[in-house]
Design a protein around this ligand. Sequence first.
Ligand code: NAP
Length: 293
Amino acid sequence: MININSSPIILDGRHVANEVLKNVKIEINEIKANGKRVPGLAVVLVGNDPASETYVGSKEKKSIELGIYSEVYKLLDTTTEEELINIINLLNANTNIDGILVQLPLPKHLNTEKVIGNIHPSKDVDGLHPYNLGKLIAGERCLKPCTPLGVMEILKQYSIDIQGKKAVVIGRSILVGKPISLLLLDKNATVTIAHSKTQNLEDVCREADILVAAIGKPRFVKKDWIKKGAVVIDVGINRILENDKGKLVGDVDFENVSPLCKAITPVPGGVGPVTIAMLMSNTLEAYKMRSEE
Ligand code: NAP
């Protein structure tokens, strides 16, 4: 739990991530001390998208730091669906591997649903297999998508009240918007999911005690959409060019929105770092669930 008196509270994702990682490391150290096999994570990257390469590099580095056994597969962008699925099947059968993550987005010639559907659900540390998504809807224990888990972890560590609050999630992707909505619902928020066809989006957002933006449009959410005292979670990561310099911004116009908020995540340094931490935590969770079986 974090105690902060400033206004608005800047929800510090790096701090939240460090707390999660500290606890994962403690558990892995205990596993090692008991002479048991450590959790293992395999990350598969197809092609050479620079952002994806950076994400995969960070995941590998974090795994090694925590003592997680790590395998990284860097495949050519000409890799066929059959070749990729063959690798996934080998990883499904590999007893040293508890988590398999296929870095998204995949090159266009590969069918993402089919590829993800071939990961064994017990190793699906991205929580995107239909089996795990079904369990999420049913409210049962399962591997859950990392970014939505990260959003919930931020709210938890900062003791933000969710029960009975009006939450608006802008975005309905399988990766982010829909699972976040389900997790907020599970914590008894009254949830509205908005999307590109939503009418009067500004009015819908002004109702929100908790507003989550997962759109992919730089500084899209403006200050007059915000209810005073709202908690704003900005999931967006957008690379823009400003004054001839590349920079990362969120989906929320942070500079103008933040003075109205009770609490807000910055970009960078908000949801992003927690997402990687939740992947590490999911790898440990997959290891524990498989051990229990
Ligand atoms: P996505 O699959 O492209 O989904 C975007 C969603 O935004 C869609 O549901 C879309 O509605 C909605 N949308 C688009 N334009 C809109 C508009 N004008 N008004 C209202 N809604 C609109 O993207 P995603 O994968 O969910 O990712 C969303 C953002 O989060 C991106 O910036 C991505 O980079 C970022 N992200 C961050 C992390 C992290 O770790 N922080 C992880 C994953 C993604 P329709 O469904 O109607 O098209």
